[in-house]
Design a protein around this ligand. Structure first.
Ligand SMILES: Nc1nc2c(c(=O)[nH]1)N[C@H]1C(S)=C(S)[C@@H](COP(=O)(O)O)O[C@H]1N2
Ligand SMILES: [Mo]
Length: 258
């Protein structure tokens, strides 16, 4: 299959659609594909392709590009919620998040309640990456935090666990913000729960005290104000069932990977 893929110059997205529909298409006639009505149908199908298809062809563990310190943006703006509403969060701000805890539960062998200061003392990774928001802006910044893999290994995933859900402290119109992804993204080396932005404690507008970085994916997957990580077998029973706040409410793609 891979020789076929490298031998024709089509976008990966289109190819992925082709491969999925592969049973009904003779791949040996590749050169004529562009003129083929059936193939064009498949290309359209490729546009709608979801993550399961991407995943079959892409090296999901490849690293996102990292940048030099001098390539960082002068400011890293805030988008979406700038501060969760309510007294509880305001109290955390006032006490500099001294009592913030992270819950790790769901399909794990050892559920955890980790105080923030303990999280900050765990093995950390720093990375300078570019954040791309679908609203049309990008920014480069340095993020430091604990790899999600470290947290999951420590809690021990049960074999039924297939997705990791990140629950946030904020809500929009009564719908709590949350995001989720599969175990490949959860275990990706650049997937971290960050507590520093450009070597300073994460500011409130950027998700204090803990926010996700999942560098191969678009901005809305990078949940801010994370207070709970839940391992689940299915996303269907979580809120709107589509795996995230924007996925439920605005039809955004669940798999927002590059
Ligand atoms: N909890 C929470 N996480 C969130 C959002 C939000 O509104 N609430 N906005 C998302 C969007 S659309 C983007 S682009 C990034 C913005 O991160 P920033 O505010 O640090 O720029 O956070 C994402 N994570
Ligand atoms: Mo965004």
């Amino acid at each position: 299959m891979s020789n076929i893929i490298t031998s024709i110059s089509l976008t990966r997205r289109a190819l992925v659609g082709t491969v999925l529909a592969g049973g009904s298409l003779a791949l040996s006639g590749c050169d004529a594909l562009g003129n083929n009505e059936h193939f064009r149908e498949i290309l359209k199908f490729g546009e709608d392709a979801n993550y399961a298809i991407h995943r079959s062809l892409q090296d999901r563990m490849a690293l996102a590009k990292e940048f030099r310190p001098d390539q960082r943006s002068p400011i890293f703006r805030s988008n979406g919620v700038h501060m969760p509403a309510g007294d509880a969060y305001a109290r955390h701000v006032a006490s500099e998040f001294r009592d913030w805890t992270l819950i790790i539960d769901g399909l794990v062998i050892h559920p955890q309640i980790l105080p923030l200061n303990q999280i900050r003392s765990l093995p950390a990774r720093s990375q300078i990456t570019r954040h791309d928001c679908v609203e049309g802006w990008s920014a480069i910044a340095k993020w430091t935090g604990v790899p999600v893999k470290f947290l999951l290994d420590r809690a021990g995933l049960k074999p039924e666990a297939r997705y990791i859900v990140f629950h946030c402290a904020d809500a929009n119109d009564g719908s709590p913000y949350y995001e989720s992804f599969d175990l490949l993204d959860a275990y990706h080396p650049q997937t971290i729960l960050a507590w520093n932005l450009n070597d300073e404690p994460l500011p409130v507008p950027n998700g204090a005290p803990l926010r996700l970085r999942v560098e191969r994916q678009l901005g809305y997957k990078h949940a801010k104000y994370v207070q709970r990580i839940e391992a689940v077998a299915s996303l269907k029973t979580i809120y709107g069932g589509k795996g995230g706040f924007w996925e439920d409410g605005a039809g955004y793609e669940w798999y927002a990977g590059a």
